[in-house]
Every structure is written in structure tokens, then in C-alpha cells.
Design a binder for this molecule. Structure first.
Ligand SMILES: O=P(O)(O)OC[C@H]1O[C@](O)(COP(=O)(O)O)[C@@H](O)[C@@H]1O
Ligand SMILES: [Mg+2]
Ligand SMILES: [Mg+2]
Length: 338
């Protein structure tokens, strides 16, 4: 089934849904165009060249800016009133009278641009309620998803009716559905975290990872595997397909108290997609979709993926002192057993 047919079936005669469908299709048109550029790699010049800093304080690369502009170009003639982008300090306003808004990370995984590793685009569609549009919790998202520019260009989408996956068919230039109502396996033996930050982690995350690393000799009584692509979109795509948890906790580094990811245009789309696939997403203590953003570029910790594992990690945050394999209290008892 084409993406167009899927969205037409979902929207029916409902004008509001029709606007959401148009907006999603516009994001995917931007994705098609970006996929062409990404697919040419260094033939497009030095896309990883540093050309400034973005609102989050990260180095802005040539492809960050180019994808931001390419996406705005497509969105400007849609039902979208305003766009909140990682690559613009301020909200971009097209036309206040329109019903919708898009929050986006036009290029996710910027550190992977020149390495020929998967990168992507993240987006969430919200009702336009004026100046406070991007301060709405993620639970108000009408649609969300991401496109991965990898070996295949893949779209992961939810309009609140399950999570669907489409792949770009380069022959017909159509996104065709490949996975219907994806379900993230509830249990897992795989986690994704940047382990180079271990010394900076908080106690619950240190304890959880220590228990995983202890493998079949620890309280989990099973061996774990680790993967870290360094592109949120690629790590979460893997989790959707075979389970696992993505972890970017708050840590002790300056500016990383709430982790690295941005709530409005990274964590919220991922949380919506994961929940709709039977998974879960928390910042450790609060469901991500219930967090109330205070500003567009706010950061939030993210623990997302297989439901049972996310719930288990939340218990480490509730009772950190009881949880570590390295703690003298460590024993094969109740709360954290496999
Ligand atoms: O470099 P780190 O600290 O491992 O962080 C990697 C994470 O940061 C991100 O690259 C942040 O996204 P951007 O590339 O859009 O800034 C995620 O895609 C990725 O999971
Ligand atoms: Mg990103
Ligand atoms: Mg980005």
C-alpha cells in the first residue's frame, strides 16, 4: 500500500485529518528530496562542514542547514502555520491562520554525516494554538514519525492508529508499506547507550547498566548485547524491529543534566511512535508524552523501547539505592530479577 493510500484511508472525509495527511505527505516529500542528497554522499560536497552553531549549542553542519531549508520549502504551502526546528532559534511562522504546526529535527545524527552511517529526519505534527504551540505536551501530537536515510530510506509513522513502516521504492518514488502495526517485543536483552559517558551517569542508570553487564552471573540472569549507532533514528528503528531500549539519561556533564536530546522534536515523536508500537518512553520518572515543555529547544532524558524493560528502568529511578550490582545490597532478590 502506498503512503498516500494509507493516509487517505485513515483520513476519510474528515477535513482535520485531511490536513494532517497533507502535512505528513509534505514531510515525506522533503524526505524524498533529502534522501537523494544524502545518497550522493561526498559528491554533494562537504556536507559535514561546520558552518556555525544551532539553538541547542551544537555545531551546525552544512547538511543540517540544507535539510532545514529543504523542509521549509515543502512545508510553506501546506496547512502548517508554524515550524519549530532544531536548526532555528525562533519559530518560523508561515501563516497564523493555518491549523497545524510541525516540530522537526531536519537532520538527526549529524555526527554521522561524513561516515556513511544512517541519519534521518524527525517530526511531530501539533495543533496550531498560537505562541504556545510548542509548549503543548507530546500527548497532543496528531501525527509523528521519522525517516531514516540508511541502506533503505524508511519512514516510521504514527497518526495515533498504530505504528506503520514504509520504504521508499526508488523505482516508483513511492513510500510503500512494509510493516503494518509494528509491535516492539516487550522483553529484550539489548540496550543502546553511549558508554563513554559512564562516569557521568546518575546512580539509577549506572546501576541498571551494571546489572545488564553482569549478565547471567548478575541479577538479570541473562547476557545482554549492546548497540549504539549514534543516530537516534537508526537506533530506534532497530528497536522497533527487534526490541531493545534506547538510553540517553541526564548526566553530570555541564549542559547534560537533562541528557542531550530535545523534548519537542526528538523525544516526543519517538515516544509517540514507541507507545503506538506497544513500547514505552520515560525520562526516568515521567512518561515523556506527559512532560510539559517550557521552551522549544528544551532537553529531556530519554529511555524508550521495549515496554517491560522501560518499566524496569523506571523502578531503578524510584529506588536507586536498592538497585546496583555494585552495591553491598546486591543480591538475587525480588525487584530487579530477570
Ligand atoms: O554523540 P552522542 O552523545 O553519543 O549522542 C548521539 C545522539 O545525539 C544525536 O545525534 C542528537 O541529534 P542531532 O544529530 O540532531 O543533534 C542523536 O541522533 C544520537 O542518538
Ligand atoms: Mg537529532
Ligand atoms: Mg539534528
Amino acid at each position: 500500500m502506498t503512503l498516500e493510500a494509507y493516509l487517505a484511508g485513515w483520513a476519510g472525509d474528515d477535513a482535520g485529518r485531511g490536513d494532517v495527511a497533507k502535512t505528513v505527505l509534505a514531510m515525506c516529500e522533503a524526505g524524498r528530496r533529502i534522501a537523494l542528497v544524502v545518497g550522493r554522499g561526498a559528491l554533494e560536497g562537504d556536507m559535514a562542514a561546520a558552518i556555525g552553531g544551532n539553538a541547542g549549542g551544537d555545531t551546525q553542519k552544512a547538511l543540517d542547514v540544507r535539510t532545514h531549508e529543504m523542509t521549509l520549502e515543502v512545508l510553506k504551502d501546506t496547512p502548517v502555520a508554524r515550524v519549530g526546528s532544531e536548526e532555528a532559534e525562533d519559530v518560523v511562522v508561515f501563516d497564523e491562520g493555518r491549523p497545524l504546526a510541525v516540530a522537526m529535527d531536519p537532520l538527526d545524527g549529524s555526527s554521522n554525516i561524513e561516515t556513511n552511517v544512517s541519519i534521518g529526519t524527525l517530526f511531530g505534527v501539533l495543533p496550531n494554538i498560537g505562541e504556545d504551540t510548542f509548549l503543548q505536551p507530546g500527548s497532543r501530537q496528531l501525527a509523528a514519525g521519522f525517516i531514516v536515510y540508511g541502506p533503505a530510506t524508511a519512514l516510521v509513522l504514527t497518526v495515533g492508529a498504530g505504528t506503520q513502516v514504509f520504504m521508499l521504492d526508488h523505482g516508483s518514488n513511492a513510500f510503500l508499506q512494509t510493516h503494518k502495526d509494528v509491535k516492539i517485543p516487550e522483553k529484550t536483552k539489548e540496550f543502546a547507550i553511549n558508554a563513554s559517558n559512564q562516569r557521568h551517569w546518575n546512580e539509577p542508570m549506572s546501576a541498571y547498566i551494571a546489572d545488564c553487564l553482569a549478565g547471567d552471573t548478575g541479577p538479570r540472569e541473562k547476557n545482554f548485547n549492546m548497540r549504539w549507532v549514534g543516530s537516534l533514528v537508526a537506533d530506534v528503528f532497530r528497536i522497533l524491529v527487534r526490541g531493545g531500549v534506547y538510553l540517553y539519561p541526564g548526566d553530570a556533564r555541564e549542559g547534560y543534566g537533562q541528557g542531550r536530546l530535545r523534548l519537542v522534536y526528538e523525544c516526543n515523536p519517538i515516544a509517540f511512535v514507541c507507545e503506538q508500537a506497544g513500547g514505552a518512553a520515560t525520562d526516568g520518572t515521567t512518561r515523556v508524552l506527559d512532560l510539559i515543555p517550557e521552551k522549544l529547544h528544551q532537553r529531556a532524558a530519554l529511555i524508550a523501547g521495549s515496554a517491560e524493560e522501560v518499566e524496569r528502568i523506571a523502578r531503578y529511578y524510584e529506588q536507586p539505592a536498592r538497585s546496583s550490582s555494585s552495591s553491598p545490597l546486591f543480591a538475587k532478590r525480588g525487584l530487579f530479577l530477570a
